[in-house]
Design a protein around this ligand. Structure first.
Ligand code: PMP
Length: 395
């Protein structure tokens, strides 16, 4: 049966990782893969995570099953992180938070759940969006529709076009929004724009679905969640996929959460039971280790303060690099938008051919779309990248 299968081309991001590894130039620069990096180009384990792991190793007494919802302690800590302390949704029993294998697990389980609610569910995603949204949501049988988001000329949000297209969505359609640090563009909605989108969603009876993969890496934990929290306070139903991969640096531990908001506590209890049954039929229950780390950190004042300090350091470093990069590129052209954007990613807006030249002639690696991971820069390589870009752009 398997002999009929044809090999698939390699995933562009994995391909890029391979090409970077094979590049033996000592001054090569990796702006491709989407993980946070420190000044030395490493993706370190956060000290708070190390300490939590030490405590777990000493204190853990069982490896018995956790159940499809995962750990209740992790789930309530995540509810607070995402929705803020004293959220009326939590108080009124209108939200359940379920531990998932990463943000991807949350996205896929939400999609499976949505298909269960309505077999022909349409989901509107931004153009562009994170490439994996399409197989994660489309693979569950949802119909994907696109709304314009980034103006390719200005590399800023084309908010008018976004609203105009969403006006054409039907009641019950799902709208996927990036909570903060839009991947791949770094162009986020302002709070005023979140408010406008919220009004549209309310008026048209759409179902908002927020992907929150970078909370704390844009401007701060609460600031990054402000749009999402406004939306959550205004709509009867909502889904939120959260990831702990970036803000806790737990990538390979597969740690995330899915929040399900319903109009009443009774509806929420029924909907959650259906969601848990969907989970049971996919992977049965989530892996425990990463979630135990997060629960340990968020449940201990000192560890939480230490984690927050480390996360703030990462956030500030990215903001600094954004400004320094835009400054370094000012002789090459107007790259000020990089300083205004948030999170790890921005497009340089150069052609695939120019991206190829940067790689071949200068050892600077990025996705063909010209998406760069700003965290892959440091003050030392900025002049090198700026002068390579100047050459490639003929400036
Ligand atoms: N959403 C977006 C926009 C992302 O960029 C990512 C990670 N690259 C995720 C979700 C999911 O991350 P993970 O499954 O590793 O938690």
């Amino acid at each position: 049966m398997f002999e009929a299968l044809q090999p698939l081309p390699q995933d562009p991001i994995l391909q890029l990782m391979q090409t970077f590894l094979e590049d033996d130039r000592p001054d090569k620069v990796d702006l491709g893969i989407g993980v946070y990096k420190d000044d030395a180009g490493n993706t370190p384990i956060m000290a708070a995570v190390h300490e939590a792991e030490r405590r777990l190793l000493e204190g853990e007494t069982t490896k018995s099953y956790v159940g499809p919802a995962g750990s209740a302690g992790f789930n309530s800590a995540m509810a607070e992180l995402i929705l803020g302390s004293n959220s009326p949704l939590v108080r009124d029993g209108r939200v359940s938070v379920i531990q998932t294998p990463g943000g991807c697990g949350a996205l896929r389980m939400a999609a499976e759940f949505l298909r269960l609610c309505k077999a022909d569910t349409k989901v509107w995603v931004s153009t562009p969006t994170w490439a994996n949204h399409l197989p994660l949501l489309g693979g569950a049988g949802l119909t994907i529709r696109e709304y314009p988001y980034l103006n390719p000329e200005t590399l800023q949000v084309d908010f008018g076009a976004m609203l105009e297209t969403l006006e054409r969505a039907d009641a019950g359609d799902v709208v996927l929004l990036h909570g903060c640090c839009h991947n791949p563009s770094g162009a986020d909605l302002s709070l005023a724009q979140w408010q406008e989108v919220t009004s549209l969603i309310q008026r048209k009876g759409l179902l908002p679905f927020v992907d929150m993969a970078y909370q704390g890496l844009g401007e701060g934990l609460d600031a990054d969640a402000a749009g999402l929290r406004h939306l959550a306070s205004a709509v009867p139903e909502m889904l939120i996929a959260a990831s702990c991969s970036k803000n806790f640096g737990l990538y390979r531990e597969r740690t995330g959460a899915l929040a399900l908001v319903s109009e009443t506590a009774t509806v929420n209890a029924a909907a959650t039971s259906q969601l848990l049954s969907v989970i049971r039929s996919h992977y049965s229950m989530p892996p425990a280790h990463g979630a135990s780390i997060v629960e340990t950190i968020l449940g201990d004042d000192d560890l939480r303060a230490q984690w927050q300090q480390e996360l703030n350091g990462m956030c500030k470093r990215i903001l600094h690099l954004r400004h320094a990069f835009a400054d370094a590129l000012s002789p090459v052209g107007d790259f000020d938008f990089i300083a205004r954007q948030r999170g790890m990613f921005s497009f340089l807006g150069i052609s695939p051919e120019q991206v190829g030249r940067l790689r071949k002639e200068h050892g600077i690696h990025m996705l063909e779309s010209s998406r760069v991971n700003v965290a892959g820069l440091n003050d030392h390589v900025l002049p090198q990248v700026a002068s390579a870009l100047r050459e490639v752009l003929g400036k």
